[in-house]
Ligand binder design. Structure first.
Ligand code: PFF
Ligand code: NA
Length: 434
C-alpha cells in the first residue's frame, strides 16, 4: 500500500493535468490520445515493471544498481549509463517542472482572492499573458515551489506527504469529476469527447508519435531511475504486475478526466485547443469564475494540483540527492541544498523563456521547450529502452517468470512485450523521427 501510494504520488502530477491536455491540443486530438494509450499499455507497463524489477534486485541507486546487476550477469559496466541518463533527466525535468508548480501556486492565490469572478475568456487569457510577462513574479513562485520541494526532501518527510496523498489525491479526483460535470452543462461535451476519442488519422505523423511516446514516459515517471529507486525498497511479497495495474490506471484516469474537464470549456468558448502550456490556466478559471462555489472549488483545485505537483517534484529531487550523498562527503541536508539550488538556478532560465529570453532559441526551441524536448523525447525513451532491454535480454528469465508470478501463457505474453514489442516500439518511433 505504501509503495503503491508513493509510486502513484510520483506518477500523478502536472503531467496529467497540465501537460497531457495541452499536448493533446497541440497534436490535434484523438489520434494522439489513442497512440498515447497504446504506448502506455504496450511500452509503459512493461518498462514500469522492468524498472521495479531491476530496482528490487539491485537495492541501490539507479547507477550502482545497473552497474552491479551488469557485473553479476557478466555484462559491460556501461549499462550504468541507463541509470546515469535517468538521474540527469530528473535534474533537467525538475528545473522546468518547478516553474509550472509555481504557476499552480500563483493560481491558488488568484482563486482565493476571487480574481476569476465574472471574467470572460478574453480577460482570463489576458491575465495569464500578463502573469507570464512578469519575470519577477514567476521567479518568486518558482522559488517558493522549489523551496517547498527542498524543505520536504531535506527534512526527510516525504513519507508523511505520501500518507497525506491518500486523502488529497482522491479529493483532486473528485474536483476533476465535478469539472467534467460542469463540462457536460456547457453543450460542448460531445464535441470534446469526439475530439479526444474519435481519431482523425491524417493528424498522425512522426512528430505526434514521438510526442505520445515521450509523454507516456513522462507521465509514468519512467526512464528517470525513479521507479528503479522505488523498486529498491520493495519486499518480495509485492506483486509487481498488480501494483503496475493500479498505478497506470490511476494515472490514466486522471489524465483523461483532465481532458474531459478542459476541452468542453475550450469548445464552448471558442478557445484555441493548441494554445500550449497555458491551456489549463486559461480554461478552468472560466469555470471557477462562473459557477456558484467557484471560489472554494478553484482554490481547492489549485491547492490540490500544487500538492500533486509536490509529490512528483520530491520524487524528482530524491535520486539526485541520493547520488550526491553517496558520491560526496555532503550530508543529506547539504546534498539537498546543493542539488536543489542548482536546479532552481537552471529553472530561472526556463521561466525567462516566457518573457525576457523568449527569443533565445536553439534549433527553433526556447530554453523551456528545449529542456522538455531533450528529456521527454530523447533521454527518457532512451533510458527506458535500456531498462527494458536489460530486463528482457540480460537477466536470467526463469527467475523473472517466478518473480512476476506468471504461468506459461502469461509469461509468453510478457516475453513478447518485453523482448520485442516495447523495444521495437521505441526504436521505431526514434527511427521515424530521424
Ligand atoms: N509523472 C509526473 C507527472 O506526470 O506529473 C512527472 C514526473 C515525476 C516525471 C517524477 C518524472 C518523475 F521522475
Ligand atoms: Na503522470
Amino acid at each position: 500500500m505504501g509503495f503503491v501510494l508513493a509510486a502513484t504520488g510520483s506518477a500523478v502530477g502536472l503531467g496529467n493535468i497540465w501537460k497531457f491536455p495541452y499536448m493533446v491540443g497541440q497534436s490535434g486530438g484523438a489520434a494522439f490520445v489513442l497512440v498515447y494509450l497504446v504506448c502506455i499499455a504496450l511500452i509503459g507497463v512493461p518498462i514500469l515493471v522492468a524498472e521495479w524489477m531491476i530496482g528490487r534486485r539491485g537495492q541501490k541507486n539507479p547507477i550502482n544498481t545497473m552497474a552491479q546487476l551488469a557485473r553479476e550477469h557478466g555484462h559491460h559496466r556501461s549499462w550504468a549509463l541507463v541509470g546515469g541518463i535517468g538521474v540527469l533527466a530528473a535534474f533537467l525535468i525538475l528545473s522546468f517542472y518547478s516553474v509550472i508548480g509555481g504557476w499552480s501556486l500563483a493560481y491558488v492565490r488568484d482563486a482565493l482572492t476571487g480574481s476569476f469572478t465574472g471574467l470572460d475568456k478574453g480577460a482570463i487569457g489576458a491575465a495569464f499573458e500578463g502573469f507570464l510577462a512578469r519575470p519577477l513574479e514567476l521567479f518568486g513562485w518558482h522559488s517558493l515551489f522549489m523551496a517547498l520541494t527542498i524543505a520536504i526532501v531535506a527534512m526527510g518527510v516525504s513519507k508523511g506527504l505520501e500518507r497525506g496523498s491518500k486523502l488529497l489525491m482522491p479529493a483532486l479526483g473528485l474536483i476533476l469529476i465535478v469539472l467534467v460535470g460542469y463540462g457536460a452543462t456547457t453543450g460542448s461535451f460531445g464535441a470534446a469527447a469526439s475530439y479526444l476519442f474519435n481519431p482523425d488519422w491524417s493528424k498522425l505523423d512522426g512528430t505526434v508519435l514521438l510526442a505520445a511516446l515521450g509523454h507516456a514516459f513522462f507521465t509514468l515517471s519512467l526512464g528517470m531511475g525513479i521507479m528503479m529507486a522505488y523498486g529498491s525498497y520493495l519486499g518480495e511479497e509485492v506483486n509487481l504486475l498488480r501494483a503496475a495495474r493500479t498505478v497506470v490506471l490511476m494515472d490514466t484516469i486522471f489524465a483523461l478526466c483532465a481532458g474531459m474537464a478542459i476541452f468542453p470549456i475550450v469548445f464552448a468558448n471558442g478557445l484555441d485547443p493548441a494554445a500550449g502550456p497555458g491551456l489549463v490556466f486559461v480554461t478552468l478559471p472560466l469555470a471557477f469564475g462562473n459557477i456558484s462555489g467557484g471560489l472554494v472549488l478553484g482554490t481547492l483545485f489549485f491547492l490540490l494540483l500544487s500538492f500533486a505537483a509536490l509529490t512528483s517534484s520530491i520524487s524528482l529531487l530524491e535520486p539526485v540527492v541520493e547520488l550526491l550523498e553517496e558520491r560526496t562527503a555532503l550530508t543529506r541536508v547539504g546534498a539537498t541544498l546543493v542539488a536543489g539550488v542548482t536546479i532552481w538556478a537552471l529553472g530561472i532560465s526556463a521561466l525567462l523563456s516566457f518573457n525576457l529570453w523568449s527569443e533565445v532559441k536553439l534549433a527553433g526551441l526556447n530554453i523551456f521547450d528545449l529542456l522538455d524536448y531533450l528529456t521527454s523525447k530523447f533521454m527518457l525513451p532512451l533510458a527506458g529502452l535500456g531498462a527494458i532491454v536489460f530486463a528482457a535480454w540480460k537477466l536470467e528469465q526463469t527467475s523473472v517468470k517466478r518473480e512476476l508470478r506468471l504461468g506459461d501463457t502469461g509469461f509468453a505474453i510478457w516475453t513478447l512485450l518485453s523482448r520485442y514489442i516495447a523495444p521495437i516500439g521505441v526504436l521505431y518511433v526514434f527511427w521515424n523521427n530521424l
